[in-house]
Design a protein around this ligand. Structure first.
Ligand code: AMP
Length: 431
């Protein structure tokens, strides 16, 4: 089978690594890819925003499956355009991708199909939004409706912060993404991520995975795209797992089908475990990055048949198997990230780091130049490891991190701490 993967981050390197391991695959390309992905796939300099160019490449190279990593091409309808050209693509259609592309869309779906979520209002002008927050009071959450690169959410602790956020969004801080604003009840509880694979008819849960969003140890500093992740996680018990499937994931799949816009691909739910039970606060319509990295390490099944089953509505009798080991990934980022950072510094020590047992290094933002690997982004490397426990995976990942020579980079030193703490107390993590 000829497969084309779209994207260039750590998520895509992990997907490329897993897809390349499939005996079904005879040729794998990645557009545009990065220096690490080049080990698993042939990287091609295609502009993935140019759907006609992607289709043309697929036709010339007899590509039978396109796997879409990031959300932007999904929201732009690349799966629809490929389907129209007769090319199968893994991921949701443009209409189904609205689950991530419009917060208001998702809230309305929750209301229509009785999916538990916080109380909310949708606004297209500042005056009504201000009146709403003044009536509700703080804390309250103000969200730009559209895709805003993870920056469109303000958790306002005071009324003043909420008012400022509303003013900022209607002043065009996020462009068209902020033309509508969703204001949501502040949900108190533990925040977890939940991943499921859907074929439009049904869904199966993936292993549990949790990321760390803040840039510094002890969850300090600004939010990032994710500084590390681990799997399994301590917070999703069997009962909570079953409740999230029954009350959130499956009703979403049913609702999207009922509306005539079935959801196929990976559903990534942001869920708050509140005193009243799990409540959805957002959907993403693709793998999380860096959660994908740990999920790929733990996935025992061949991923290609799972993706084909998702495309073809054949998940009903499908079973995904997982290794019982734990996985953990540490993100190494360029100093200054998530603000200003420099590109082009040299990274060394890959071979020594890769020698640590259970370690796999996925590249997130690198480029190869004259035989050297250079940093080429904010998040640059994912140093991942498997272990019998999260504690062991953590120790192995940091041993490998310490063998990487990159003075211009940094990482958190406490990835997985909640799991490690529970393992110290004798808890065994399973899901
Ligand atoms: P999002 O971009 O939707 O993932 O939101 C960013 C972060 O804001 C989430 O990871 C949560 O920590 C927080 N958040 C979003 N919605 C709510 C809510 N209704 N209540 C409390 N926190 C929220």
């Amino acid at each position: 089978m000829h497969i084309l993967l779209l994207g260039s981050g750590g998520r895509e390197h992990a997907l490329a690594w897993k897809i390349a391991a499939s005996p079904l695959v005879t040729k794998l390309w990645c557009a545009p890819g990065n220096a690490g992905i080049a080990r698993e796939a042939e990287c091609v300099a295609l502009d993935i925003a140019d759907h006609a160019a992607v289709i043309d490449f697929c036709k010339r190279n007899a590509v039978e499956l396109v796997v879409v990593g990031p959300e932007t091409p999904l929201a732009a309808g690349i799966v629809d355009d490929l389907a129209q050209a007769g090319i199968r693509a893994f991921g949701p259609s443009k209409q189904a991708a609205r689950l991530e592309g419009s917060k208001g869309f998702t809230k309305a779906l929750c209301t229509e199909f009785g999916i538990p979520t916080g109380a909310y209002g949708r606004f297209t002008n500042a005056a009504d939004a201000l009146a709403y927050v003044r009536a509700k009071g703080a804390p309250i959450v103000v969200k730009a409706d559209g895709l805003a690169a993870g920056k469109g959410v303000v958790v306002a602790k005071t009324l003043k912060e909420a008012e400022d956020a509303i003013a900022m969004m209607f002043d065009g801080a996020f462009g068209a993404a902020g033309a509508e604003v969703v204001i949501e009840e502040f949900l108190e509880g533990r925040e977890i991520s939940f991943f499921a694979l859907s074929d439009g008819e049904t869904a199966i849960a993936l292993a549990s995975a949790q990321d760390h969003k803040r840039v510094f140890d002890h969850d300090q500093g600004p939010n990032t795209g994710g500084m590390g992740a681990y799997s399994p996680t301590p917070f999703v018990t069997d009962e909570i797992h079953a409740e999230i499937m029954a009350k959130i994931i499956l009703p979403t799949v049913d609702g999207m089908k009922t509306r005539g816009t079935p959801f196929r691909g990976v559903l990534y739910a942001g869920v708050m475990l509140t005193a009243e039970g799990p409540k959805l606060f957002e959907y993403n319509v693709r793998f999380g990055d860096p959660e994908c990295q740990v999920l790929m390490l733990r996935m025992m099944s061949d991923i290609v048949p799972a993706m084909l089953a998702s495309c073809d509505g054949q998940l009903k009798n499908f079973d995904l198997r997982w290794f019982p080991e734990s996985a953990l990934t540490v993100v190494m980022a360029a100093k200054g990230y998530p603000s200003e950072y420099a590109k082009g510094s040299v990274i060394q020590g890959f071979d020594e780091a890769a020698k640590v047992e259970g370690v796999e290094i996925f590249h997130a933002g690198t480029v190869a130049k004259n035989g050297a690997i250079l940093a080429n982004g904010g998040r640059v490397l994912n140093v991942c490891a498997l272990g019998t426990t999260v504690t062991e995976a953590q120790a192995r990942a940091y041993e490998a991190v310490d063998r990487i020579q990159w003075p211009e980079g940094f990482c958190r030193r406490d990835i997985g701490w909640q799991a490690v703490e529970r393992e110290k107390a004798g808890k065994r993590l399973t899901l």
